[in-house]
Write a protein that binds this ligand. Sequence first.
Ligand code: ADP
Ligand code: ZN
Ligand code: ZN
Length: 808
Amino acid sequence: MKNVASVIVDVPAMQTDRTYDYLVPHKWIGSISPGMRVAVPFGPRTIQGFVIDLKEKGEVSKLKAISEPMDLVPVLNEELLSLGNWLTDKTLCFKISAFQAMLPAAMKAKYEKFFRMEERAELEDLPLSLKPFFQKGSEVSWKAVEEAGFLPLIQRQVKLGNVDVVYKVKAKGKKKTIKKILPTFLGEQLEDVLNRLSPQATKQKEVIEFISRNGKAEHGFIVNEIIEGAGTTASTIKSLVNKGLLLETFVEVYRDPYENRVFEKTLPLSLTHQQDEAIKPILEKIDHSLHQTFLLYGVTGSGKTEIYLQSIQRVLEKGKEAIVLVPEISLTPQMVHRFKGRFGNDVAVLHSGLSVGEKYDEWRKIQRKEVKVVVGARSAIFAPFENIGIIIIDEEHETSYKQEENPRYHARDVAVHRAENHQCPVILGSATPSLESFARASKGVYELLTLSKRMNDGELPKVSIVDMREELRNGNRSMFSKELFDKLQEKLEKGEQTVLFLNRRGHSSFIMCRDCGFVVQCPHCDISLTYHRFSNGMKCHYCGYEESVPNACPECTSEHIRYFGTGTQKVEEELNKLLPGARIIRMDVDTTSRKGSHEKLLTAFGEGKADILLGTQMIAKGLDFPNITLVGVLSADTMLHLPDFRAAEKTFQLLTQVSGRAGRHSLPGEVVIQTYTPEHYSIGLASKHDYDRFYSQEMMMRKMGAYPPFYFITLITLSHEELMKVVDIAEKLSGFIRSRLSESTIILGPAASPIPRIKNRYRYQCLIKYKREPNLTDTLKTVLDQFQQQYASSGLTISIDVNPYMMM
Ligand code: ADP
Ligand code: ZN
Ligand code: ZN
């Protein structure tokens, strides 16, 4: 008899990152299983925990007992439990963080539990002793059932699908309900009921007749259905409720964020020759239930999505399920539309624009097997499907697939791991694949599938590069070049639309010469130095090198050398001044922080309510409007000089993406890229849409700099309130790591982090570069263990990011 549960408790700390044994009270033996959450006593408190194992023990007198189960069916299946262990190992996070990352936020909050009969179940299906608790559509509190001693009994009903457990989150994310009206009499009692009503009550009789004649009586009616159907009034219904002939109850409805939209059914298109060649190997793996990772490298508009759709279709025909990841920002209605249009109600959508409750509802549809496809952002990779037939990651190069808090996982790694478990293919799709993925495809680790042509052989837009140094020499000090400004005016006159793109603000603190475009770089790292306004100095955030800001350009001796940064707001003001007639929509973090505002602004632009869409990163993707004929990039350089070895790659990807917004339909598109470094290969090659050459050039740079994909990297960041303390510990730490790792491993630092102080804590970092380092995980665990134990009480925090994407 398995009477003891191993539980991971909800205390994310080093010392508690292990299982604790709890006694399973006799009445719950057999009901509690791995993957369920339980409430357990822990010190003076009762907290949540995950059961991960059950075992049999003779001596249990010292064990505390589980207070109560929180689930009746596991919320984490076997695969997800072991995935949690894998995540813990790979990302060095706490087990509890890994498990919680897989569940919707609503399940972390405080909630009350209820039971509810399923729509499809009948009262007759329930065992006799449970019948008194239920009425169709009503809810029964968990407590009541438990106190009556019927938990085991009801658990079977949950497994049979007759009863569902409902969690009502206290305070936030309340469940949505609607009022329904049900008859309290059966069809055969109709005559009886009518006779009981007084002869004058003709209106009431009509309602009763309408309800019993209607086939859906047992499912209940919305009040308006009766009012319209029986031509009656709310007060007539109310009086029947008062007489006990009708029952008013509240029934849960899923909050469906897309419920008011009609998704027109689409059919599979007949594939082009290129698409056909690309999809064949995928279908073959699906048919034979084999794992393989495919890199689908196809220019924008080459029909990648259609390949996703038809692959999914094959998966569904085999009775399996599909996970589709898209970047948060492209979860626009347009994207959702394409999946819902093809697969209708089989699709659940998960993204951060949904409320806590909405996300929870979508997650439940997946868990209850009511849907077969999930389209979502990063965390949808943990969808609790049990029979996955394909995992698709669109725009696979996007860095938002990496989570920047614990567990610091990359969805691509999780996808490949899950797909191996399920023996199914993975498709990574992109017009500008990450260097890592393309390198793997070149080495044959992934299988490369290529779509080189746009649909209908559409032309990619013509891109012109404007040298802003030249503009300055010609006396133009504005942020718009003559060419861009002329085109803006021309589009305004023609009534066509323009997208103006400005890189994310705030991080553009590099020093540049406005005359020659010279950017001050670190002599050791080939990375631009970051300007610090406070000390008026420049620093390298990889190696710690420092120098003061020069008064004149070291390259051309011009005095126009200064630090750079322009915000969207400033651009908007300038536009208002220069083009007073233009209607502008500005999209940045400030204008899109409210729920739904992102979508609203885009819709307005799509409806032609503005001439110019001005924005940051968030407008680079997913925009597909026929009237956009001009795309302007105000300064291509801002991202290029970030202290990040991926700066050139990100610049290339972004410029390619942005350019893809123009001329997607019948009107030809133009792109103007303004830059101070037109000679940089990432800008020049993006303007020619030449990924292949960019790839070889960038690979050369990475090889020289010993960066991925030639080396793996791991970033350790330390922080402490006292500068001296953090410097001292960082020195010790890097010494320790050096002593443990192999000769060929490169350890940079310690050096101050690019953001050297956050919330009054000083930050120092160490970058480890390695090819093969069998001791790494062990060493890092020791670091976490020892350094944390030794210094945690003094306020030191340490974070380890394996394969970091944020170097700040
Ligand atoms: P991508 O995902 O590569 O950007 P899409 O899948 O969005 O490309 O395809 C671009 C356009 O071409 C879409 O409007 C799509 O409906 C259309 N399209 C894709 N495949 C076909 C096909 N086989 N026949 C006709 N039109 C297609
Ligand atoms: Zn200069
Ligand atoms: Zn350096």
